[in-house]
Design a protein around this ligand. Structure first.
Ligand SMILES: Nc1nc2c(ncn2[C@@H]2O[C@H](COP(=O)(O)OP(=O)(O)O)[C@@H](O)[C@H]2O)c(=O)[nH]1
Ligand SMILES: [Mg+2]
Length: 283
């Protein structure tokens, strides 16, 4: 149970592969089999938490609910962080450079991957993990490029977590000295909190979303290593102040690398790819 956002945990997620309709693997950390009573208690507690924190008429319950919520939230994130570090160690040992792509739905994560993978593939093997609540649509799009890809369907979950990535990586035949692109579930809130073991977090915003997003969702921009402003081909048609958006993003995180691109026309991609190639060399 994710008390951060109220969605279900990794145990609800399913791995799927494009073109393999029989392939269907449930993500589980095994604790359900070994400690059923404990797990049940946890779920029971979380239900109480929700009830307590929404029931403002009962002050005592509300207080009790809030304090339990903090404990559970720390527990969930701490467990995730431990597994994320294991993923990171595995990636480092095999020289796999992992990028975690984060954005609202529709900012252009998949389009960007479709554009850059054919260019990167000439230099480095690429594999992709796709995250969405339902469908293998994005994995199908990546599969068409001929690179290894696996889809994680999170069901009601609104983010990927380290366990899902850990399981997905075991199902992908990753090569040493390769690039792993992880497309997170479209959401600017919860995915920011869940370390997957990636080398870099890449946040994408598009010019149709409004230039105030870094101020409204500071955690995401604070956690990100680089920000890609996408759909700059649409700038003549929308009200979007690029300088203001960048300034807002930098205010939240002054280490943030900033790139402006159009995944549709390819404008700006060369600059970003040059930067990425340098990072790959030093990896
Ligand atoms: N005009 C324009 N449209 C884009 C661009 N990048 C993506 N799109 C469109 O935005 C929509 C969502 O893109 P998608 O890659 O599926 O977004 P995702 O949900 O973040 O993976 C699609 O209709 C894309 O064709 C871009 O640079 N310019
Ligand atoms: Mg997508």
């Amino acid at each position: 149970m994710c008390d951060t956002c109220g969605c279900s945990d990794g145990s609800g997620a399913v791995l799927r592969k494009p073109g393999e309709s029989d392939y269907h693997l449930h993500v589980s950390d095994g604790t359900h089999e070994h400690t059923p009573s404990h797990t049940g208690e946890e779920h029971h507690s979380s239900a109480n938490v929700q009830e307590g924190s929404h029931n403002h008429g009962h002050g005592h319950h509300h207080h009790e609910g809030s304090s339990r919520k903090i404990v559970l939230e720390q527990d969930v994130l701490q467990k995730n962080n431990l597994l994320a570090e294991r993923n990171r160690g595995y990636f480092e040992a095999r020289h796999i450079f992992a990028l975690n792509f984060l954005s609202s739905p529709g900012s252009g994560k998949t389009t960007l991957l479709e554009k850059i993978i054919p260019l990167l593939q000439q230099r480095i093997p690429v594999a992709v993990i796709e995250g969405d609540q339902q469908t293998t649509n994005d994995a199908d799009r990546i599969h068409a490029l001929g690179v290894p890809v696996i889809q994680i369907n999170t069901g009601s979950g609104c983010h990927l977590d380290a366990l899902m990535v850990n399981r997905a990586v075991k199902e992908l035949d990753l090569q040493d000295n390769s690039l792993l692109c992880i497309e997170n579930v479209g959401n600017l809130v919860c995915p920011a909190l869940f370390d997957l073991g990636e080398a870099l977090k890449v946040v994408i915003i598009s010019v149709t979303e409004g230039d105030d997003k870094p101020m409204k969702y500071p955690t995401m921009f604070h956690e990100a290593d680089l920000c890609i402003l996408n759909k700059i081909d649409l700038l003549p048609y929308v009200e979007f102040d690029v300088a203001k958006c960048r300034e807002n993003a930098m205010r939240v995180n002054h280490h943030l690398e900033w790139f402006e691109v159009s995944a549709k026309t390819g404008e700006g991609l060369a600059v970003w790819l040059e930067w990425l190639k340098k990072r790959l060399l030093h990896h």
